[in-house]
Ligand binder design. Sequence first.
Ligand code: TPP
Ligand code: DXP
Ligand code: MG
Length: 666
Amino acid sequence: MTGHTVEPSVIDDGTRPGETPSGAPSARRDPPALEQIIGPAALRDLDRTQLDHLAARIRRFLVEKVCAAGGHLGVNLGVVELTIALHRVFDSPHDVLVFDTGHQTYVHKILTGRADGFDTLRRYGGLAGYPSRSESVHDWVENSHASTALSYADGIAKSLQLKGELAGSGRPDGRRVVAIVGDGALTGGLAWEGLNNLGSATAQNRPVIVVLNDNGRSYAPTVGGVASHLHRLRGRRDHEGAPMPEPRPPSAENLFGQLGLAYLGPVDGHDVAAVQDALERAAEACRPVVVHVITSKGSGYPPAECDEADRMHGVGVVDPATGKAEGPGERTWTGVFGEEMVQIGARRPDVVAITAAMLRPVGLAPFAEAFPDRVFDVGIAEQHAVCSAAGLAMGGLHPVVCLYSTFLNRAFDQVLMDVALHRLAVTFILDRAGITGPDGPSHHGVWDVGLLGLVPGLRLAAPRDPARLRELLREAIDHEGPTAVRFPRATAGSDIVAQRRVGGVDILHGGDHRAPHVLLVAAGSTAQSCLRAADGLERSGIGVTVADPRWIVPVGTAVVELAARHRLVVTVEDGVRHGGVGALLSQACADASVTTPVRHVGLPHAFIEHGTRRDLLDRCGLSAQQIAAAVRRGLDGHPPPPPARAPAPDPVIHAPTTARTGGERP
Ligand SMILES: Cc1ncc(C[n+]2csc(CCOP(=O)(O)OP(=O)(O)O)c2C)c(N)n1
Ligand SMILES: CC(=O)[C@@H](O)[C@H](O)COP(=O)(O)O
Ligand SMILES: [Mg+2]
């Protein structure tokens, strides 16, 4: 590994005393200032010294910008040299670079002319934290869900081959297709579906270059047989820091060779020249090939290198000198969940927990510490997590599957056909449910209510506060059938005490009016805004009942009976309205011949861009004022307004009317 670990304040990036790191290059042939790099061509004729200075300059830039804004710091510090080499060997966007998960593309963005956007990183309307097709022709895949790159590469290579544009098709300017995939992403089943096709007999003349970015970690060290195999291939004595042998020629002595892909590596991923040499040889091979690149997450920044938990995989705003967040940590929904799980684990020896490579992010660290034999990290393998949970339940245990809501999407069939069909007692914990914020459209957990509302026999709870999270978690785990509990990426807030409980439904406000009036159905964390809306409405003489159903799927009879006793129902949910709480209640009212009009306030049926959670909720019409406005419009006989069109651009990412094919790219 080249020696490049330095303190952030003394990174030797070629900056002369008094010159800012991104200042104009001095006469000493320093590399171009980052803001002056308008594209990869600027890298082509840099010499070794300039490349080393450029790498140091990028590291310093990453530490400065990401510590100030939050984002994937450790991840991107680990791919500085790798990304420089990629853009020196391949000619993006003529050549296609597909990044798996996309959280490691900050360096790619710097080298493709977007350094000056980093002051807006992950802010509404600013630079996305993942590839963005609307930002650059160098970006292809926006989906931040792992293990997809190999399948995209397979499809793109097939399309280029059929059009006669793929390298190896006889054209001198044949296009190369490169997939950059992490060792963690390689624990996902979809990645092996991709490999199976990339290495097939028919693919031997359809060269795809798989760059395996192996840092030995997802957040924590990568688990499973794949990780062990990679460790053996690395020929390392340990995961980090050991010297690496010279790149070995392709051989069949490893899994990739057995699957029909040549193997090149292991390569020191922090040595630009070594990576460049390996990539050039891979491109010349003109066949499917895996280039096994060894990197270190957090490389070059001691606070990350020393972070045993996850090498500062992703951070909030932190002090660049220490890597620590300022001030005391906030109590999050995740933290409350983690505490209660330990209480439940002590009471219920049959309860076990499953994580898909995110033990700490989903709050299972306390449970793992208390009950180390009762936590299973299955890797980035959500479908396996759910199906394995079905097996655990069949074996007599009660598994608690802990995922971010958005990552449940890919395991829907396992929830439906492996858990619910067998009516198994499995509990799904859906953290980051609703608008999450900075990670953008593929991370907002907004689809779970619509999806799980389709699952016969499954019960879904949406707690409004920490006390209800604890209560509903216990009810879910005590239930003899499939259950789920959803909560947001947010501070936990204070408890909201109900006036009374009617048929399992908590009445939070009103409900004792004689004259028919408005029923506000507050799903989960929207309760606070609904109560504020109710206060405003009451001041203008509109009587409001605010009810928290607690269990939102299936719709309880008590909610339908409440609806029947009101003049108007308005449901409010932090989820897509399409198939959501409102839609389900409308259906339930229709089935019960209850004719009270029901209006749905929730998120649009669309992809919502990145920003802060609060701001995006407001832009989507979920503020107290907008809820009150929806009630008033309902009383006037009109449907609630479409999601508020803030003066700034719409938060909704409009699906293009015509498919944005690769054809828009060169
Ligand atoms: C389907 C899915 N599950 C979980 C995640 C959350 N996640 C984001 S990055 C990451 C670890 C990825 O590890 P690896 O592929 O090795 O990339 P590295 O961060 O090491 O560069 C995980 C689990 C995700 N993005 N997608
Ligand atoms: C890339 C990825 O999927 C995760 O790193 C995600 O960004 C973490 O999100 P939180 O910050 O909500 O934990
Ligand atoms: Mg990794």
